[in-house]
Design a protein around this ligand. Structure first.
Ligand code: C5P
Length: 397
């Protein structure tokens, strides 16, 4: 009798493992895409004890505190076909527990101001596009930390809670219920107060990176929804699209647009004077009765049909920006009249002016002449870029 009990006891772990394997195979058969992130149990929120796992694009809440560790083991041994493995293509160095992500700048291909809202903001309608110029952000989990740590190569950049990266990580914890803290190293190239969305891009990149390091509990659509919070700025949600989007509201209502028919190899020159412009100041200087009257939906259709080969270039914030800084108006005139670019427009609320095409006389002469006549922080030659797919991040070119 005692021998029979010992025998049953001895075969119990094998039975549990077999059962676990059967459950796992059954679960895998139910979905086409299922992966439990490594360190799954560590990611369970201590507050809720629950964790959301992305299964085949649907969020299922896994209260799988999984009585048997064997199930976790069996599941983790299954082939991974989740979005996680795809997203890794946008990142470098995940194996060492840290990832390096490109954090691109944006330009506004058009920007219409629609109305002033009771909350003091303005409703706008704008076509945003990412470019291949940007920052780089390295992010890792800090296993025993109780706060995030941010380092930046530029001494003037705040690394406390006023930085959108820190706010984005906090927002990620709130939305996901995952109590993990992160270390971030930010290498900045995108200038501040430039109208290129640098801070918002960094916030969106940190948001994406945190999600990736936690096993991608949020789908790309979830991330866009989670990022829609004024604490991380009006433009952050845009960067969670694939890089081309029609943005309305404060800018946070993002309608993703498929790639525009833009000429292959079209150059984009970003010209940033040696001063920035405060978005708030530019909006304050705006005369609502002097705005363009062109329908933004018509503008959108023009860009969808013709890419950038047309003459419908509008940014309602140019006039107020030129009121704040008359020098910027002179810079735009110089760029627009002397070099034969296809288009020249201020981005966002300035102070960057972008030029499309190549300058007659060549880029060296163009740079030298512009820098001789104006006080310039930088001129960068770049191109339009997009994410390769909704699950892959922007890749540095
Ligand atoms: O979005 P962000 O915090 O960068 O905006 C800075 C300021 O610009 C806001 O406080 C507001 O005065 C103005 N703004 C606006 N309408 C928008 C975006 C910004 O009036 N859509």
């Amino acid at each position: 009798m005692a021998r029979r009990q010992r025998c049953i006891a001895a075969s119990l772990p094998a039975l549990v493992s077999l059962l676990a394997l059967l459950v796992a195979v059954w679960a895998n058969a139910l979905t086409t895409s299922f992966a439990i992130p490594t360190g799954f149990l560590r990611h369970v929120s201590p507050t809720s004890g629950r964790m959301a796992t992305n299964v085949g694009g649907t969020m299922i809440s896994s209260s799988l505190t999984l009585a048997s560790g064997g199930v976790v083991l069996a599941l983790s041994l299954l082939p991974r076909r989740s979005s996680t493995s795809q997203t890794l293509r946008g990142a470098k160095g995940e194996a060492e527990g840290k990832i390096k992500l490109f954090s691109p700048a944006k330009v506004n291909l058009f920007l219409r101001i629609i109305r002033r809202r009771p909350d003091g903001y303005h409703d706008l309608a704008s076509l945003f596009h990412t470019v291949a110029f940007g920052d780089s952000l390295e992010i890792k989990v800090l296993p025993d930390a109780e706060k995030d740590a941010l380092e930046c190569n530029l001494p003037g950049v705040p690394v406390d809670e006023s930085n959108l990266v820190i706010r984005a990580l906090k927002l990620f914890r709130e939305k996901s219920g995952i109590e993990r803290f992160f270390g971030v190293k930010l290498e900045k190239q995108i200038p501040a107060q430039a109208g290129m969305g640098g801070g918002s891009s960094n916030a969106a990149t940190a948001f994406f990176g945190a999600n990736l390091l936690c096993g991608s509990p949020a789908s790309p659509e979830d991330l866009i929804r989670w990022g829609d919070d004024p604490v991380i700025g009006s433009d952050a949600t845009f960067f969670l699209s694939e890089g081309t989007a029609y943005c309305t509201g404060r800018g946070e209502i993002v309608t993703p647009i498929e790639g525009l028919p833009i000429k292959e190899g079209l150059s984009v020159y970003l010209v940033k004077p040696n001063y920035g412009l405060s978005t708030g100041k530019v909006f304050k200087a705006m005369d609502l009765s002097a705005l363009s009257t062109v329908d933004p939906e018509e503008l959108l259709q023009t860009f969808k049909d013709k890419g950038t080969s047309h003459s419908s270039w509008v940014n309602d914030l140019e006039k107020p920006a030129f009121t704040v800084s008359p020098d910027l108006s002179e810079l735009k005139d110089f760029l627009a009249t002397e070099w034969g670019f296809e288009a020249v427009l201020m981005s966002g609320s300035g102070s960057t002016i972008f030029c499309l095409g190549d300058p007659s006389g060549g880029s060296q002469d163009f740079e030298a002449a512009t820098k001789e006549k104006f006080d310039i922080e930088g001129i960068w030659k770049t191109s339009f870029m997009r994410r390769p797919s909704p699950t892959e991040w922007y890749q540095e070119v």
